[in-house]
Write a protein that binds this ligand. Structure first.
Ligand SMILES: Nc1ncnc2c1ncn2[C@@H]1O[C@H](COP(=O)(O)OP(=O)(O)O)[C@@H](O)[C@H]1O
Ligand SMILES: [Mg+2]
Length: 464
């Protein structure tokens, strides 16, 4: 949908905000109808009150008219009515006229003005110059009409007050309903949020975790149940694939060993010609590589199926690092690269030193293979803030940022063919599995000025 056309509320990515807006809009609509209906009812009620008043006033005027006696003599009317109308001058404007003779009597407060008539209406609103809006009651009494008008000012004042109060209430209620709507939607969406948190946590390495299903059967528990069934199926397929990979690797190992033995035997026999010997040598190298890939695949599928026993020992990593650095130095020298290592911080970390050595050797081997002769490879270790952070830094060509995550996937190799290095592309995937089982994480960044690659490992440390 075009973003510009999307309704205002739909543009928000948060359902809570959207629900709060809908709730506020619904409240606004309800309140508007309520206040408008209240306005109408109150106004009608007040006007009805005015009509009753004008009727009462007419009754009083009528009782003083005695029409049968004086045949509409203005002087007689003046004498009888003036007193009555002067008494009521604050509230009523009275006009007595007859169709044939025009005005016969007017209360003093009208001062010659005309009360406009609305044909066919007995009670109506009108406007008199100099007096303002009035409510008029027209009473027909034989040959004469008596108009009793009373100002609408009080009604207007009450209605204005009502509108002001409604407006203030409306604003307050809108803010309140927005807040209430947001809180309610947060409350209603809490189970959904819990579901998405758990679903987010479930990855290939903890596929057995499941979403908690509440006892109450509702739409949310149905959703959780459905997702759990989906995870069941996923786990089943994943396990199948893992078993398959493990079995295939396992099955391949024996014929591979046999082939290698045969090749080695042919070399030892010395019966093969020089050309044959060379091709047997190449075959043996390729077989060794294949053997390593199979070995790594087997290890990876075992780690993922939790089939590898990790000997987690609580130790200060300084000694482990020192031992590793000695071997690393020798390896680096072999590649004409300078190796250095630093370690800061004291405290215990729970780790399997054999597996962590495997990880570091993998990273070191990657760094050494790619580093130009004479460059530096540095291992920095720091134990602080409940974390053991290890960084393997090289000064090689590095990798573009979009490949930093991809390189940890299986069979991903970015080495150019001409580099001569033929890796399996499984090393970093193995590193990630091992670090994951230490409840840590491993990722890559680039070095200063985009030079080189830094691979960082973070493992939670125990409280000192
Ligand atoms: N230090 C590094 N600098 C640049 N690229 C690297 C580095 N380490 C790993 N890589 C890239 O990541 C890919 C995957 O590494 P890895 O999983 O160890 O497989 P392999 O070493 O068998 O190729 C490598 O092929 C390489 O292209
Ligand atoms: Mg490697």
């Amino acid at each position: 949908m075009d973003k510009r056309l999307a309704p205002f509320a739909l543009r928000f990515r948060s359902v809570s905000v959207r629900l709060a807006i809908w709730y506020t809009l619904a409240t606004a609509a309800t309140l508007s109808c309520l206040f408008a209906a209240g306005y109408q009812l109150l106004e009608r009620h007040l006007i009805h009150g005015l009509d009753l008043l004008t009727t009462a006033q007419f009754e009083q005027v009528k009782s003083h008219l005695h029409l049968e006696d004086d045949k509409l003599d203005p002087a007689a009317l003046e004498e009888r009515l003036r007193k009555v109308t002067d008494h009521a001058a604050v509230l009523f404007y009275i006009d007595v006229h007859s169709p044939g003779r025009g005005t016969i009597f007017q209360s003093t407060n009208i001062r010659g003005r005309v009360i406009p008539d609305v044909k066919g209406e007995r009670f109506f609103n009108s406007h008199v110059e100099g007096i303002g809006d009035v409510r008029v009651g027209e009473f027909i009494l034989g040959p004469i009409d008596v108009n009793v008008a009373t100002p609408l000012r009080t009604v207007h004042n009450v209605m204005e007050g009502y509108a002001e109060v409604c407006l203030a209430l409306f604003g307050t209620m809108l803010v309140a309903s927005g807040v209430i709507g947001y809180c309610l939607s947060q409350l209603a969406l809490r189970p959904i949020r819990k579901i998405s948190e758990t679903a987010n946590r479930i990855r290939s390495d903890n596929l057995s975790e499941r979403i908690e299903v509440s006892e109450v059967r509702d739409e949310v528990s149905d959703l959780a149940h459905m997702l759990n069934q989906m995870f069941d199926r996923l786990e089943f397929s994943f396990n199948n694939i893992r078993h398959f990979a493990a079995e295939v690797s396992h099955e391949l190992k024996t014929p591979l060993s046999l082939l290698r033995l045969l090749g080695e035997k042919m070399l030892l026999d010395g019966t093969a010609s020089a050309a044959h010997q060379e091709s047997i040598q190449v075959q043996l190298e390729e077989l060794a590589r294949l053997d390593q890939i199979v070995e790594e695949l087997l290890f990876l599928s075992r780690v993922e199926a939790r089939g590898v026993h990790f000997q987690m020992v609580e130790a200060n990593p300084a000694r482990f690092l020192h031992a590793f650095a000695q071997d690393a130095k020798v390896l680096a020298e072999h590649h004409q690269v300078r190796f250095a290592y630093t370690h800061d911080g004291e405290g215990p970390v729970q780790f399997d030193d054999k597996r962590m050595r495997q990880v570091l050797l993998n990273l070191l081997s990657n760094a050494l293979h790619i580093s130009p002769a004479g460059s530096h490879v540095t291992l920095r270790s720091m134990l602080a803030d409940g974390k053991w952070v290890l960084r393997v830094e090289d000064e090689g060509p590095g990798l573009p940022a979009d490949k930093h995550e991809q390189m940890f996937e299986r069979f991903v190799r970015h080495q150019p063919q001409e580099s001569g290095y033929k890796g399996s592309g499984l090393g970093l995937a193995i590193c990630r599995s091992i670090v994951g089982l230490h409840k840590g994480r491993i990722f890559a960044t680039h070095g200063p000025n985009d030079r080189g690659l830094h691979v960082v490992i973070e493992i939670p440390a125990l409280a000192a």
